[in-house]
Design a protein around this ligand. Structure first.
Ligand code: SPV
Ligand code: MN
Length: 625
């Protein structure tokens, strides 16, 4: 007769590890853990509680295993992923769907039975000779109605350590919830490692999301986006749960903008990777709640949001002392920081592309020993740090953490911002006319140009609704539908805005400086609070020059000229019409597109065409005011 999970675990685990698990009084949890101990067959199992000594053990293991190495500044470490394991592996990431169920072709899916067969084969004995780590976390603030408990099984101490910086502790949550905990499950193994401690079997790299059991499997990869289960992997599970329960899981930052008289106004913002999301969340003078993932609920007619995480896994490229003083300071102080895929110099300092100072001539990076001019097998220059090199840090170490960041009730949201990389179509900042107009024309119609840091050609526009396409586990149509419905029956609807930090002039030069975004957010804050008027254009409401000019002076000490304003805020009719055609064509091929999408886009097209007849292709704000 098969052993019960309790009996099996009692035989297999140390008395200490067994007692930590049994205290949680959760049968499903015991079943899950015992099943994967049997499958992965580790040499030992470490069960990590929220206690400091357990967490300390994880950090020491990571150094001991060589998954991280200590750097010169106290608390700083570096981790390298395989040269070919530097980003989310979209090709081998799939949502497992039961037979007969389909999602849009833009969402990567796979037949559930074959996916499970494949991953179960890969996971068989994958932890032989290794230590399995079992950790508990809480997605969202502790003891909050927003939050979801989660268990992570991994054989990577680096993953377990990263999660410690990024997520709130969950052992006590499980203890509190007992058998009623409806938890997400994550199982990860890095598989066999090479002499640099990076994954050997990349051909067996897999990330599979099983919506039915709320389990995510990840194997033969180390890159955080593929392995830190609670990040984008949990997001797929949470999108499904949110859909079933009537709330939203979004790829959004949360921050407070500090307006006149010391008031704090909270915004969320959705941006695709490498479009300035973290640097927005880190704007000097403002405070951060989160930089990547938000759960949004409606409560008493208000939208409230929590940061699912408590740390950042931020892109490090380009961080410099002038533009990013807050991150700069955090990355140069004795805090706990895990750098990944940066260059380590001989004096054990971290260097990355875009850092202040001279580029070193040599060091160690994701390609192994590195020197200036080094090329890879395909003859491409290897940069000192990978464009997707990252730093992992707890927000508690940041000077700009908002005081309500851990509030179990979340923060009230007054504005929602969508932004992408757009060279030629939308103005730097614009307010939508109303909720549906914003959800459709700013969120559901979001596009972003590819950059050198993503695979494939540069400058190609990619459709990315709400910047959440990569993480959808429900159809695009249903996802837009729940966003539209979320705006109903609100006492005070948040205003919806778009921003574009990447607008170019006719010579291909940026029309804005990196820090101009400080002004856009302060203007949005004034709009939300009803303090300034705006100019109505065919695509939304834009700022007046007389409101922006003093903001540029007071915030950036810059003389913002009428000519700069006019160039930046000219409505570009042909480009906007082309965009509508592209987006309509996409949604025509999506089965369950809500009618509102076509209605809003067609109304916007009419407005643009009318304005074109009256004023021509390029319309300055003055012509409209
Ligand atoms: C992103 O790429 O949007 C990230 C990093 O936030 S990852 O965890 O890889 O998704
Ligand atoms: Mn992200």
């Amino acid at each position: 007769m098969a052993l019960t999970p309790e009996k099996f675990l009692k035989d297999k685990l140390s008395p200490d590890a067994f007692s930590k698990l049994i205290q949680l009084r959760n049968q499903k949890l015991l079943e899950f853990i015992s099943e994967y101990i049997k499958k992965c067959n580790p040499a030992s199992v470490f069960v990590c509680t929220d206690d400091a000594e357990d967490i300390e053990y994880i950090k020491k293991r990571s150094l001991h295993n060589g998954e991280e190495k200590a750097l010169a500044i106290s608390g700083h470490t570096v981790h390298f992923d395989n040269y070919l394991d530097q980003a989310r592996d979209k090709k081998h990431t799939a949502i497992l769907l039961p037979a007969g169920k389909t999602l849009d072709e833009k969402i990567s899916t796979m037949d559930r039975t074959s996916g499970l067969d494949d991953i179960q084969n890969i996971m068989q004995d994958i932890m032989t000779g290794k230590e399995m780590i079992v950790r508990f976390f809480c997605l969202g603030p502790n003891a909050s109605p927003f939050s979801i408990p989660a268990v992570q099984i991994t054989d990577s101490a680096y993953v377990a350590h990263s999660e410690d910086l990024l997520y709130r502790p969950g052992y006590r949550e499980f203890l509190r919830l007992g058998n009623s905990a409806r938890f997400f499950k994550f199982i990860h193994s890095q598989g066999e490692l090479d002499e640099r401690n990076t994954c050997k079997n990349l051909d067996q790299r897999r990330v599979y999301i099983d919506l039915e059991e709320e389990i995510v499997y990840s194997a033969n990869t180390q890159y955080g986006g593929n392995t830190i289960g609670l990040k984008k992997l949990a997001m797929r599970l949470a999108i499904q749960r949110a859909f079933n329960e009537g709330w939203l899981t979004e790829h959004m930052l949360i921050m407070a903008i500090h307006g006149p008289g010391g008031r704090s106004t909270y915004f969320t913002g959705a941006f695709p990777s490498l479009c300035g999301k973290t640097s927005t969340a880190m704007l000097e003078g403002e405070t951060i709640v989160g930089d990547d993932i938000a759960y949004l609920h409606k409560k008493d007619g208000e939208v409230r949001a929590v940061n699912v995480e408590k740390g950042i896994f931020g892109i490090i490229m380009g961080i410099n002392s002038k533009d990013d003083p807050i991150q700069w300071n955090a990355l140069h102080s004795p805090n706990e920081v895990i750098f990944s895929n940066i260059l380590v110099t001989s004096d054990l300092n971290a260097y990355w592309v875009g850092k202040d100072g001279e580029m070193p001539q040599k060091g160690e990076n994701h390609s192994g020993e590195w020197w200036k001019g080094k090329q890879d097998d395909s003859g491409r220059d290897i940069p000192p740090s990978h464009p997707n090199a990252r730093f992992t840090i707890s927000l508690d170490a940041m000077q700009n953490l908002d005081k309500a960041a851990h509030d179990p009730a979340g923060v009230p949201i007054s504005g929602i911002v969508y932004g992408g990389r757009d060279a030629d179509t939308s103005v730097p900042v614009e307010e939508a006319f109303h909720w549906n107009h914003g959800i459709v024309t700013k969120g559901a119609a979001l596009e972003s140009e590819t950059t050198a840091a993503t695979l494939g050609k540069e400058g190609v526009r990619q459709f990315n609704p709400m910047s959440n396409l990569d993480f959808l586990s429900i159809s695009i149509g249903n996802y837009v539908r729940i966003n539209l419905d979320f705006g109903k029956n609100l006492k005070k609807s948040p205003l919806i805005f778009s921003v574009n930090y990447f607008l170019l002039d006719e010579n291909g030069k940026f029309l804005n400086e990196k820090n101009d975004k400080k002004v856009w957010y302060r203007w949005m804050e004034l709009r939300v609070n009803g303090d300034v008027e705006a100019i109505v254009t065919p695509t939304g409401r834009i700022p007046r020059y007389e409101d922006l000019n003093p903001l540029f002076k007071s915030i950036l000490d810059k003389d913002y000229t009428l000519s700069e304003y006019t160039k930046q805020f000219t409505v570009r009719i042909p480009e906007n019409l082309h965009k509508i055609d592209r987006i309509v064509n996409i949604y025509k091929n999506i089965l369950d597109t809500p009618r509102e999408i076509f209605m809003e886009l067609s109304a916007q097209k009419d407005r643009l065409q009318k304005a074109q007849q009256e004023h021509g292709d390029y319309i300055t704000p003055r012509q409209l005011s």
